[in-house]
Design a binder for this molecule. Structure first.
Ligand code: SAM
Length: 276
């Protein structure tokens, strides 16, 4: 890709384009095509099957919003699971919460972990932390085998293609509910409202059938197609919109604030319509 402009196509007519300085690594793994490249604007970037996964420059938005919204909603998260997320960014954020005793990462593709450690060290740097257990395996199977163990589960998956197809099914959300403790919370990245409205609608309606509290929130992520990204939160007991002021302790962030925690749930009308 060196010296070229790379486009992640969202449709036949629209994509997101960036200039590549050089390709750092390219490989077809057992699960997907992996590319690591140095870009002119966004630092090193990870691509899977031609889709942007993360960039050094804007990764903090996604990783902070996946981790801190549920972790500040739960009064005392101790045991946390991340499904996918082999770049390590969500784990890094999870560890900022002192109540967390153990964070488990279940990533299907060991190569994502290996090359993230090599080329995205500030994102993957906490994967060796003693509070972290890394399992290379299928998150769907891990969930199916877990019962009443986790306080918070975060689904940091690829889009619903290839190995991630099962992670967008009602059966998976039921499994998550079973794997969570009685006041557990889960969050899943849910793609973008501009082009994947039907997916968001489906996920919301499936999750609503399983969790008494279901909410959608968004964040602005410049390197993801359309820039507006959605996250679905399902909770058994704690409402993310009723977090007591004193529960927000200080952590170092670049995007998340306690004000933004609430603001992220205020949706533009066309996005709100997807949730009803
Ligand atoms: N932040 C990105 C986004 O929204 O585009 C996604 C991050 S990427 C690290 C997601 C990871 O999910 C990939 O490394 C992929 O290998 C992993 N994954 C996909 N299906 C999985 C499964 N069934 N179990 C565990 N991990 C899976």
């Amino acid at each position: 890709m060196a010296g070229l402009w790379f486009t992640e196509k969202q449709t036949e007519n629209f994509g997101i384009t960036m200039k590549i300085n050089k390709t750092l690594h390219t490989e077809t793994t057992d699960f997907q095509h992996l590319e690591m490249a140095e870009t002119a604007e966004w630092g090193n970037m990870l691509f899977l099957d031609g889709m942007v996964m993360t960039s050094q420059r804007d990764e903090f938005v996604y990783h902070e919003m996946v981790a801190h919204v549920p972790l500040f909603t739960h009064p005392k998260p101790e045991n946390v699971l991340v499904v996918g997320g082999g770049d390590g960014g969500v784990i890094r954020e999870v560890l900022k919460h002192p109540s967390v005793k153990k964070a488990t990462l279940v990533e299907i593709d060991g190569k994502v972990i290996e090359y993230s450690k090599k080329y995205l060290p500030e994102i993957a740097g906490e994967l060796e932390n003693e509070r972290v257990e890394v399992i290379v395996g299928d998150g769907f199977m891990h969930i199916a085998e877990s019962e009443n163990v986790y306080d918070v589960i975060m689904v940091d998956s690829t889009e619903p293609v290839g190995p991630a197809v099962n992670l967008f099914t009602k059966g998976f959300y039921s499994g998550i509910s079973k794997a969570l403790k009685e006041d557990g919370i889960f969050v899943a990245q849910s793609d973008n409202p501009w082009f994947k409205g039907d997916l968001i609608k489906q996920v919301m309606s499936d999750v609503k059938e399983i969790f008494p509290i279901t909410r959608l929130y968004t964040a602005n992520i410049p390197t993801y197609p359309s820039g507006l990204w959605a996250f679905t939160l399902g909770s058994k007991k704690h409402d993310p919109l009723k977090v007591e002021e004193e529960r927000f302790h200080d952590i170092e962030t670049k995007y998340y604030t306690k004000e933004l925690h609430n603001a992220a749930f205020v949706l533009p009308k066309f996005v709100k319509d997807l949730t009803e």
